[in-house]
Design a protein around this ligand. Structure first.
Ligand code: ATP
Length: 306
């Protein structure tokens, strides 16, 4: 297991910022930590990267307890915090040399580590450019470069595309996908589309607690599994629909169109068809509700806020 957090909890003052966060990463690829602003993503990532001490719970990196053996555990982690840790008066080469020294890379290997990292991050042609003269996208690449220069098993990226323009976002996402071929990446975002595009797995947190944790595929299924869109030529009343076994809620979208939420088995659609025939409701459309994942995000968020 590359990362395991066990009931990770943190309290800045009186109230808990995160509570019982359990994350497991066992392979390369990207795990998305999704949550609205203030939900506790940065707190979680700061703890996992060893920059903040948790109030309770454990972080195990590659089998090493981060609290008990911080140096050994941190060797295996690269971190891009939300605020870029750059020295803008340094050139890219100077900054990467400094980062490599901080990471205690062997003197003989520093040059090759720098060259390889610049190559991977598309920075070779800018080696002697001052960081303050780089665009936002390139600064982000330098931030990512310092996070991978020591070839950590786990790379943690806190909102890596935040504040970038659309073209820069595409480039940085490409870079992250490349890095994920060789490293395990834990990436935070408040944008569901981004997590959907990049990640195989998703951990969604809200108000400091995990509300969903599974594959992206299960998330999409979960998101669409429990509602149906219906359209009738001769629509029944809400009460008539609610009488059908399994139908839990009816939401009118237009006089003839509605969304129902249901629980239990999928046979609810057969029962709706049968009821339509016997009630002469003239069913014209029945199918899964392809609610945009973003709506689900809002829905999940409001569930936990209650
Ligand atoms: N240093 C701090 N002192 C006190 N409270 C804090 C501190 N840092 C964060 N918090 C609070 O902890 C909660 C979680 O914040 P955190 O920054 O982890 O969330 P986030 O999901 O990363 O949000 P954002 O994307 O806006 O940074 C918030 O309520 C925040 O106000």
């Amino acid at each position: 297991m590359i990362l395991q957090t066990i009931n990770l909890s943190h309290r800045y003052s009186a109230s808990w910022a995160i509570r019982d966060i359990n994350i497991q990463i066992g392979h390369t690829g990207i795990v998305g930590l999704l949550g609205a602003n203030g939900s506790g993503k940065s707190t979680t990532l700061n703890i996992i990267s060893g920059t903040l001490n948790q109030t309770a719970g454990e972080v195990i990196i590659d089998g090493i307890d981060l609290r008990k053996h911080p140096e050994e555990a941190k060797k295996r982690v690269g971190f891009l915090p939300q605020q870029l840790p750059l020295y803008t008066d340094l050139t890219i080469d100077e900054y990467l040399l400094y980062s490599a020294q901080l990471r205690r890379i062997d003197k003989q290997q520093i040059r090759s580590a720098m060259e390889e990292t610049k190559e991977r991050c598309g920075l070779n042609h800018l080696s002697s450019r001052l960081i303050k003269n780089l665009s936002g996208g390139y600064r982000q690449r330098v931030g990512i470069a310092q996070a991978i220069i020591h070839k950590p098993k786990l790379v943690i990226l806190d909102e890596p595309t935040n504040g970038l323009d659309p073209n820069q976002i595409i480039e940085v996402r490409k870079l992250i996908l490349g890095i994920a071929q060789e490293h395990s990446v834990l990436l935070s975002s408040h944008i569901l589309t981004e997590v959907n595009l990049l990640c195989k797995e998703i951990v969604m947190i809200e108000s400091g607690r995990v509300v969903f944790s599974d594959s992206m595929e299960s998330f999409a299924n979960y998101a669409q599994s429990d509602s149906l869109l219906l359209r009738f030529e001769n629509p029944p009343s809400r009460e008539e629909l609610l009488k059908i076994a399994g139908v839990e809620a009816v939401e009118l979208l237009s006089p003839k169109q509605m969304r129902i939420r249901y629980s239990g088995d999928q046979a609810v659609s057969d029962r709706i068809v049968a009821a339509s025939v016997s009630g002469n409701w003239l069913l014209r459309e029945i199918g899964p509700d392809n609610t945009k994942l973003d709506n689900i995000f809002k829905q999940l968020s409001s569930q936990t806020a209650q």
